[in-house]
Design a protein around this ligand. Structure first.
Ligand code: ZN
Length: 296
């Protein structure tokens, strides 16, 4: 019995890997965010990440940034941690009002998860309290969820499940609006602009970071002093972008083509850049965190 159970799980995981991006920023989106972050880690964070990564990641954080999606059905409790549902048409987000799961349990949403796994990772320096947690899983969850909170429709409306129930066509393919923002826009950009080469797309985003966006970076990284993670503004930006760009001109039955793609890709590209920069800044703060004397 055990043997067949395991092979069923194995087949399911394999199937999930063959269907990239059915659950969150697609594999490409998460890979890009983590790859950008990897290039910006300070010495302490790079060292800690290396120690915490599972062996099969082969030293590459980007290789395991979709892990949280792959285990989502296996770790059933983790489902609500990938997103936030906000009130329909309000176009704003409030932690106290919105960060809960569908049965109302507080802190069970993507920003709550970013706080939780950041707090766990801060114990990395502390030989005693770090034993309470699985810090490898904490690192993989945190790296994934900082990505998710930057996907505008991961902070969408409750009534349409972040665009999941808005059925649209992406060119000639049937899709839904959530999936368009997780995967299809990136997929089309890869084909149209980057010769289907993800590493070329990532290099283009990195070039934009050091060129066009260089003066924005310090404000993107900003976090109130004493805090390691600051996910609330990222969620507010996401719902605002969802209203301005994702939901606009996209209702059930819409056929989304060049007009939509070409005007939304710059938004997606910037969110991937911000996700990468903020993941690196968060990990850099976590692994250089020195508890204040009064906390010791
Ligand atoms: Zn996710």
């Amino acid at each position: 019995m055990m043997g067949s159970d395991y092979s069923a799980i194995g087949r399911m995981l394999l199937l999930l890997q063959l269907l990239p991006g059915i659950l969150a920023w697609g594999k490409e989106g998460h890979y890009a965010i983590c790859k950008i972050a990897e290039g910006l880690l300070n010495e302490e964070a790079a060292g800690a990440v290396k120690v915490l990564l599972p062996e099969y990641a082969d030293g590459e954080l980007a290789a395991v940034c979709s892990w949280a999606d792959e285990i989502r059905f296996h770790y059933h409790w983790s489902g609500p941690l990938h997103y936030i549902d906000t009130p329909d048409f309000r176009c704003n987000y409030k932690y106290c009002r919105d960060c809960h799961d569908s049965s109302g349990r507080k802190d069970r949403c993507v920003t709550g998860a970013v706080y939780n796994y950041s707090e766990q990772l801060i114990t990395y320096q502390d030989t005693v309290s770090k034993l309470k947690y699985n810090l490898t899983e904490a690192l993989l969850f945190l790296s994934h969820f900082i990505g998710d909170v930057h996907q505008p429709l991961h902070v969408g409306f409750t009534g349409d499940e972040g665009g999941n129930t808005i059925l649209v066509h992406w060119y000639r393919r049937k899709s839904n609006l959530h999936h368009v923002w997780d995967t299809m826009i990136i997929e089309s950009a890869l084909k149209t602009f980057y010769n289907s080469d993800l590493s070329v797309m990532i290099q283009a985003i990195q070039a934009n970071i050091s060129d066009g966006w260089s003066s924005d970076i310090s404000s993107w990284e900003n976090c109130a002093s004493g805090y390691a993670a600051c996910p609330n503004p990222y969620a507010s930006e996401s719902i605002s972008l969802a209203c301005k760009f994702a939901y606009r001109n996209a209702t059930s039955g819409s056929i989304l083509e060049d007009d939509y793609f070409l005007s939304r890709w710059p938004v997606v590209e910037k969110r991937l850049a911000q996700g990468g920069i903020r993941l690196a800044a968060t990990l850099n703060r976590i692994f250089t965190y020195q508890p204040a004397v009064s906390d010791v």
